[in-house]
Write a protein that binds this ligand. Structure first.
Ligand code: GDP
Length: 361
């Protein structure tokens, strides 16, 4: 499955956030390099539609979609030169499908900042510079090779042109993502063989003080710094406290801070979207469940997520949109009202499709 790598300077709250993600008890140490081996933390993607489905179908269980976060050892200035855990860092980040940068905005004189001052803008620049320098190395290595290859292999001409364009962007100090060059684009595909870092989608978690959680001016400033990437604002310490509380207590604490949901829930939702994923829904007395597919997946591909046999033997999918199902109250009633559609193998799944597959075994 797809993963999001969590990166950030030392002491910004990565371990605290990651512990909340895994509900682990690993102590967040106030110490650079505290997190060395990458681990995976799984977070649920909140989906209120599942509760509604569970009501309609009297489902016993709710199974939301999930996102995997990988804790990647702390980056430091010079990582692209192999400083600190640089090489390991770059290898781990190369394996991730998206990059989540944790940025410190919280003020606490007891927590040392590696560069001596709290400045989200400077920290973002430090991290992006390392990623950009690492990509520049890859690009500079590839250009002479591609120049040679493109003399004999026509298909390499376009690759070389894309690489040279990437080089200009990187030399100007920009990430490729910020200039619209990502894995899903034509240029991204041409660059694929270089396994670049900054073509991955980015998302930013600002670890903020409580008052900043509701400070719209402050938040808009940070959003402007990272656009087109998404920005999420949370307080890692409070998140780690929230997971210890029961639902009512957690809700009370959230409301007292002017929040509608835990930051981790937002992170799950935004992370899922950043990866270019979407869900479809199934429901029955056993479970109401959200299944993960890539955006643009067809009905047989969606069936394959449940079981490869469902994809092989796919006949058709009976689909009711979530809205129609809620309105009619049951699949039988939806059928009676002509709201249930039979879709074939070319159907592209839509968000909120409630599905039952028909297949041969
Ligand atoms: P990492 O090096 O990025 O993994 O950072 P840690 O999670 O180990 O956090 C470093 C220190 O900052 C620890 O002492 C944490 O308790 C503290 N810390 C983390 N998040 C917050 C926060 O939101 N507010 C405050 N005041 N301290 C925090």
């Amino acid at each position: 499955s797809l993963t999001i790598g969590i990166v950030g300077l030392p002491n910004v709250g990565k371990s605290t956030l990651f512990n909340a993600l895994t509900k682990n008890d690993v102590l967040a140490a106030n110490y650079p390099f505290a997190t060395i081996e990458p681990n995976v933390g799984v977070v649920g993607v909140p989906d209120p539609r599942l509760n509604k489905l569970a009501e309609i179908f009297s489902s016993q269980k709710l199974l939301p979609a999930t996102v995997d976060f990988v804790d990647i050892a702390g980056i430091v200035r010079g990582a692209s030169e192999g400083e600190g855990l640089g090489n390991k860092f770059l290898a781990n980040i190369r394996e991730s499908d998206a990059i989540c940068q944790v940025i410190r905005a919280f003020k606490d004189e007891n927590v040392v900042h590696v560069d001596g001052k709290v400045s989200p803008k400077d920290d973002i620049e430090t991290i992006n510079t390392e990623l950009i320098l690492a990509d520049l190395q890859s690009v500079e290595k590839a250009v002479p090779r591609l120049t040679k290859e493109s003399r004999l292999q026509k298909e390499k001409v376009a690759v070389l042109a894309a690489v040279e364009e990437a080089q200009k962007i990187l030399e100007a100090g920009d990430t490729l993502f910020s200039r619209g060059i990502t894995a899903g684009t034509e240029k991204g595909r041409l660059l694929h063989e270089l396994h670049l870092l900054t073509t991955k989608p980015f998302l930013y978690v600002f670890n903020v003080d409580e008052d900043e959680l509701v400070d719209e001016d402050f938040k808009n400033e940070q959003r402007a710094l990272v656009a087109p990437a998404e920005a999420i604002f949370l307080n890692a310490k409070i998140e780690s406290e929230l997971i210890e509380l029961d639902d009512d207590e957690a809700l009370e604490l959230l409301q007292s801070m002017g929040q509608e949901e835990p930051g981790l829930a937002t992170l799950g939702r935004v992370g899922f979207d950043t990866l270019g994923l979407q869900t479809y829904l199934t429901a029955g007395p056993k479970e109401a469940r959200a299944w993960t597919i890539k955006k643009g997946a067809t009905a047989p591909e969606a069936a394959g997520v449940i079981h490869t046999d469902f994809q092989k033997g796919f006949i058709k999918a009976e689909i009711v949109s979530f809205e129609d199902l809620v309105e009619t109250g049951s699949v039988a009633e939806a059928r009676a009202k002509g709201k249930a559609r039979m879709e074939g193998k070319d159907y592209v799944m839509q968000d909120g499709d409630v599905v039952e597959f028909r297949f041969n075994v």
